[in-house]
Write a protein that binds this ligand. Structure first.
Ligand SMILES: Nc1ncnc2c1ncn2[C@@H]1O[C@H](COP(=O)(O)OP(=O)(O)OP(=O)(O)O)[C@@H](O)[C@H]1O
Ligand code: SF4
Ligand SMILES: [Mg+2]
Length: 333
């Protein structure tokens, strides 16, 4: 078996705030294999973006990593202990080098007063010793590759001169031009209309196959995950509650929260049916529920055990993993 490209083990991340320490990620573990697309889903505030940013050490200065947390990146037969990279020079190995990230709002990722092309060239020069002429050539090639017409002209333009869809494509071109091993796509399509969304997803799938890179694809939409990912990790209030292949999680969801998310999707065979969002509100991260974090909203609550005991992770023979007392109840009785 090949080693994972990246392994996250017992990641716990808190933020110092005026109200006290807020736990945003709690004891999260997952691997991403080379060439694999892992989807990370969960409602707003569940900790998807801060988990992704941890992989690149991009969280704000008020972040506090629990000492037991480990993130190991394997590149060129070398193991990099990501959370130990303190100096900016060391962090460059990962940021925009081995790992690239595309954000929800591409406008925020481009400097407004520097042309798209100059930003792409600069990024390439930071991560390699190629000439400026070669960096220009690669950048224009990448703009062409992501379907931007007249790439040599577009190369000289500024982010505000691009439409939303074109900006998103330019950001993908910039993220992929350094040929990262891992691409983190944080809600890369939510700001786009449905047709362009589908095109961008197709484009990412093609490029990933061509460059054989892994992707961490973040969204709150399980429908998008079904189209893009190999495996899915479902996050709730900073915890991973279920992990499995797309087929396992969508066809036989094991966690009541995942079942709730799936129920909230529009039914294609009955478009008149009302949408049923997961009932209740996400608790404040400052006041995390005892026992199972989902117990205040769970429709399948089985009693005091849910309120008092944190459910273990249990895995079936096909590596479908879940953290819920329902899964272990059968084993105990
Ligand atoms: N710098 C920070 N200081 C304090 N709290 C923070 C900070 N950054 C993130 N958080 C908190 O961490 C939690 C997780 O945030 P995160 O942005 O990862 O959510 P998300 O799952 O990406 O949500 P969304 O779908 O809305 O993007 C939230 O409660 C958020 O308020
Ligand atoms: S442990 Fe209990 S409360 Fe939590 S998801 Fe399972 S059944 Fe629901
Ligand atoms: Mg987010």
């Amino acid at each position: 078996m090949t080693s994972p490209l990246i392994s996250v083990k017992d990641l716990t991340l808190r933020f110092r705030t005026d109200e006290g320490l807020v736990t945003a990620v709690n004891n999260v573990s997952f691997d991403i294999a080379p060439g694999e697309v892992l989807g990370l889903v969960g409602e707003s505030g569940s900790g998807k973006s801060v988990t992704a940013k941890a992989l690149m050490m991009l969280n704000a200065d008020n972040s506090v990593y629990d000492p037991a947390s480990r993130i190991t990146l394997r590149v060129d037969d070398q193991e990099i202990d990501v959370l130990s990279l303190r100096r900016p020079r060391e962090q460059m190995i990962i940021r925009g080098g081995a790992i690239s990230m595309i954000f929800q709002e591409p406008m925020a990722s481009f400097a407004p007063a520097i042309s798209i092309g100059d930003q792409m060239v600069e990024q390439l020069l930071i991560h390699s010793d190629m000439t400026v002429a070669r960096a220009r050539e690669i950048s224009i090639e990448m703009l062409d590759r992501v379907g931007i017409p007249e790439p040599a002209q577009r190369f000289k333009q500024y982010a505000f001169e691009f439409s939303g869809g074109m900006r998103q494509r330019a950001m993908i071109a910039m993220a992929l031009s350094t040929k990262p091993k891992l691409l983190i796509a944080d809600e890369p399509t939510t700001a786009l209309d449905v047709t362009i969304q589908a095109q961008v997803i197709e484009l990412m799938k093609d490029l990933v196959e061509e460059f054989h890179m892994s992707i961490l694809f973040i969204t709150h939409d399980l429908g998008v995950i079904a189209q893009t990912a190999d495996r899915v990790a479902v996050m709730y209030l900073g915890n991973l509650v279920e992990t499995g292949t797309v087929r396992q999680v969508i066809n036989t969801p094991a966690h009541p929260y995942t079942r709730g998310l799936l129920n909230s999707l529009p039914k294609l065979d009955d478009l008149e049916a009302p949408l049923t969002p997961v009932p209740g509100d996400i608790p404040s991260p400052l006041d995390r529920p005892s026992g199972c974090v989902f117990h205040t909203r769970c429709q399948e609550f089985i009693g005091d055990v849910c309120k008092t005991q944190i459910p273990d992770y249990s895995k079936d023979s096909a590596n479908h993993e879940v953290s819920c007392h329902l899964a272990t109840q059968g084993e105990q009785s």
